[in-house]
Design a protein around this ligand. Sequence first.
Ligand SMILES: Cc1cc2nc3c(=O)[nH]c(=O)nc-3n(C[C@H](O)[C@H](O)[C@H](O)COP(=O)(O)O)c2cc1C
Length: 253
Amino acid sequence: MKRYEQERNFLKSNFFEFKRLKTDKMKGIPKPPIVKKYDPLSTIIDLPKVNGDVVKKQNIYECIKERRSTRFYSDEFISLEELSYLLWATQGISCTNKAGLTLRTVPCSGATHSFETYLFITRVEGIQAGIYRYLPVEHQILFMFELDEIDQKIDAITLEQPFVPNFVKKAAVVFAWSTTPYRSEWKYDISAHKKILIDIGHVCQNLYLASESIGAGTCAIGIYDQKLIDEILRLDGDEEFILYLGAVGKKKK
Ligand SMILES: Cc1cc2nc3c(=O)[nH]c(=O)nc-3n(C[C@H](O)[C@H](O)[C@H](O)COP(=O)(O)O)c2cc1C
């Protein structure tokens, strides 16, 4: 259908077009940083080492079978050990390869990992409510700032939710993944963008399954106000912008 031509073409492989191009990597332009820089004088919180102790449902078959998008949450807090596990499951680094690229708990085209994880925390034990960023290399979270009326802001960001209105603000923590597209464009040029979208799907699926394994539930959020969330998180909206969100909370018993 002509009407969707551009959008449908975006979904297709453009490998042959890509092969004719000289990427920035081929031109010898230096590789962009693999993670976003931060001020080491920021307030930084160590996350407990992940060893699987928080996992209640060990059986992967049961986690896959019982996973559902969860939009009703209890008032229970998530422990710091559980948050640590969820961050590890979604973006945790397992090792670094010979090229200096990180290999993580999720697959990613060419190990480019163009994502940063921001957290809207409202109910995590021992953690002040506010906005945080995950530091995957150090496995720490960086406190960015407090946000007045955080639940109202989350509500405004997540617009008119079609299934359960206003549910996102009741989550214990909302994951917001940004992309810095150049991390992938440097290597994949015009092929980067489709790959980035596929990559983020793996991240959110791990959040679903890891949540299921600790008695929590996740709901992916694709309906959000792009400009508002980028502004709140102080992202420029071009070199880095939010791509996808995931709300997490303990399930209602
Ligand atoms: C890319 C994507 C975006 C989604 N966005 C929303 C959303 O904004 N709000 C919502 O309530 N659910 C959202 N969902 C959850 C879907 O509605 C849900 O996965 C679907 O209804 C199937 O239900 P299940 O996940 O329980 O199998 C999204 C899911 C995906 C994969």
